[in-house]
Design a protein around this ligand. Structure first.
Ligand code: HEC
Length: 198
């Protein structure tokens, strides 16, 4: 193969860098081959930018404090894991003080999550070439009994990586999967077993 002049190589390298803002966090193997430690290293690299993105702009119908405060809550994920749901993304879960005790028991049944519990789940993706992209912030809030019987009194919300709230049909896009698959455990999916902080 013909060798590129040094100056052109440099120009291509900087072009790649500007079009892929997270080149700094990219890895040299497919996302599905990453160990927990390697996924955690990507998260460490990405975290401040990911969280700053979620914070940007008006949250409209989503409580501002929910998105602002969650990084200070109890973390339920020891490292980001990609269970194949939520678009195969790597997930990191935080729970507020009202729900943390009960959530972190990861009970398979008889779950009694108190009203006022809020859960935030960050996400990012690593494709088969090791390229990192930011994913949405997924939110769940347990509301007062009887307020939303169809969703077992869970409110579902979603924020894009650029901070804009995403209007989704929460029944078909969120609640059906949670209730059909995890109805027994209070509608909670929990991080995969290895990735749980106990
Ligand atoms: C196809 C099934 C499916 C759909 C659809 C789905 N989820 Fe989940 N969700 C899961 C699974 C599985 C977990 C646990 C996996 C993990 O966190 O590693 C989970 C976990 C969560 C959590 C952390 C609390 C918990 O259950 O442990 C939040 C918050 C969440 N989802 C929000 C949402 C929102 C908001 C939507 C809709 C925009 C949604 N989910 C759609 C399967 C789904």
């Amino acid at each position: 193969m013909r060798k590129l002049p040094v100056w052109l190589g440099g120009a291509i390298a900087s072009l790649v860098f500007t079009t892929s803002a997270y080149a700094a966090c990219d890895v040299n193997k497919p996302g599905y081959e990453l160990t927990g430690d390697e996924a955690e290293a990507v998260y460490d690299c990405l975290k401040s930018d990911l969280q700053a993105g979620y914070q940007k702009g008006s949250k409209r119908w989503i409580p501002e404090a929910f998105v602002k405060d969650y990084p200070g809550w109890t973390k339920a994920s020891a490292f980001p894991a990609a269970p194949g749901f939520h678009g195969g993304r790597f997930l990191v879960t935080y729970v507020n003080s009202i729900g943390a005790d009960e959530y972190l028991k990861y009970k398979p049944e008889n779950v009694s999550i108190p009203a006022g519990t809020q859960i935030a789940k960050e996400s990012f993706a690593i494709d088969d070439d090791g390229k990192v992209t930011k994913g949405p912030l997924f939110l769940m809030e347990k509301v007062a009994a009887g307020k939303s019987p169809k969703t077992d009194d869970w409110y579902y919300m979603m924020v894009a990586p650029n901070g804009s709230p995403q209007a989704v049909n929460v029944f078909t896009a969120c609640s059906e999967c949670h209730l059909e698959n995890f109805g027994e455990q209070g509608g909670l999916g929990y991080p995969v077993e290895d990735a749980r902080i106990k």
